[in-house]
Write a protein that binds this ligand. Structure first.
Ligand SMILES: [Zn+2]
Ligand SMILES: [Zn+2]
Length: 363
């Protein structure tokens, strides 16, 4: 029997989201239905609502979620009913040219559910990032379910499904931050602060947080920044050089995705250092760099998509570190809200008032 549940839907471009009754089909081969327990509100959900991703309205929003597997389809072996899981939007295929080269975090053919969830009148929904978890139940590919220790509470664990993983992974996977490194992180929202926490986890000696908002710099300190720079008042590049003996940092992470910020990251890194772009630019942005500096300064200019994560490897590891008190996921949860409060949460996020609002489903 298909399920009928409430979900947060963006019906048309720019219009406020609304609660709609949605139909979740029984899982087919390779699929799973998950009882969502908590789901974070991410900038990407707002981008969907504003038509910034594509025009395939209506969207079922929400994609940073944890919950319990309610039903599985034929052939599903990686999870069972009752398993506590974090949902991921990169279910790797194991067969594409990236996977067969042994680099599955670059998988070019990731899996989503084959069936569609619908509105009551049969209109097919486009689930955000193939998940759609601002709903009491959602249908995903079973590979999108990563089993973790159920001791981790869902409002914290769910955040690993997108923003926190993107930031931590930008530091430890893409940037390769290691013990004793110096790191600068530009932009101290959820992703940037997660990069700061990741750099701390990896043993960075100095973690310099850069933002134009003093409130965000305070959050960054709480998550492991050893120094802060308000780039509205100070030349960030000069300040970072001064903090690093005149040399610049080993790893500079742009968590904003803006040409002016990328330029700062490029200039603030030491010779042979690495620049990581994890903030998402808009399609009109361009950058001009002196090619002689791209060559002469050496090192690497890298992009980080979902923190180059492998959910099956990284989610359980980060949950374990959280449960051991070594990784403060709770610090990212600014507030828990009900399913009817997503539009208000967009407003708070837009004004930079919160790191993460998280929808909790028993609220
Ligand atoms: Zn693949
Ligand atoms: Zn997200």
């Amino acid at each position: 029997m298909p399920y009928e549940v409430q979900g947060v839907v963006a019906l048309s471009k720019g219009a406020p989201v609304s609660l709609q009754t949605i139909i979740v089909p029984d899982p087919g081969p390779g699929e799973a239905v998950v009882d969502v327990q908590a789901c974070g509100v991410c900038h990407t959900d707002l981008h969907y609502r504003e038509g910034g991703i594509n025009d395939e309205f209506p969207f079922l929003l929400g994609h940073e979620a944890a919950g319990v597997v309610a039903a599985i389809g034929e052939g599903v072996t990686n999870v069972a009913v009752g398993d506590y899981v974090i949902l991921n939007w990169r279910a790797v295929c194991g067969q594409c040219r990236a996977c067969t080269k042994g680099k599955p975090w670059y998988c070019f053919d990731t899996h989503n559910a084959a069936q569609r969830m619908t509105l009551k009148d049969g209109t097919e929904l486009s689930p955000a990032l193939g998940i759609g978890a601002f709903a009491e139940k959602t249908l995903v590919h079973s590979g999108q379910c990563t089993k973790v220790d159920p001791a981790a509470k869902p409002e914290a664990a769910g955040l690993l499904g997108c923003g926190v993983m993107a930031g931590v992974g930008a530091a430890i996977n893409t940037g390769g931050v290691g013990r004793g490194d110096t790191v600068a992180v530009f932009g101290c929202g959820g992703v940037g602060d997660a990069a700061i926490a990741g750099a701390k986890l990896a043993g960075a000696a100095k973690v310099i947080a850069v933002d134009i908002d003093d409130r965000k710099l305070e959050w960054a300190k709480g998550l492991g920044a050893t120094h802060t720079v308000n780039s509205k008042e100070t030349d960030a590049v000069a300040a970072i050089k001064e903090l690093t003996g005149g040399f610049g940092v080993d790893v500079a992470i742009d968590a904003v995705g803006h040409p002016a910020v990328y330029q700062q990251a490029f200039d603030a890194r030491d010779l042979a250092g690495t620049v990581v772009l994890v903030g998402v630019p808009n399609p009109t942005m361009e950058i001009t760099l002196p090619l002689i500096d791209v060559f002469g300064r050496g090192g690497a200019l890298k992009s980080s998509w979902y923190g180059d994560c492998l959910p099956s490897r990284d989610f359980p590891m980060l949950v374990d570190l959280y449960l051991q008190g070594r990784f403060d996921l709770d610090a990212f949860v600014s507030e828990t809200i009900g399913i009817g409060d997503v539009e208000a949460a967009f407003e708070k996020m837009h004004h930079g008032d919160v790191l993460r609002s998280v929808v909790v489903f028993d609220k």
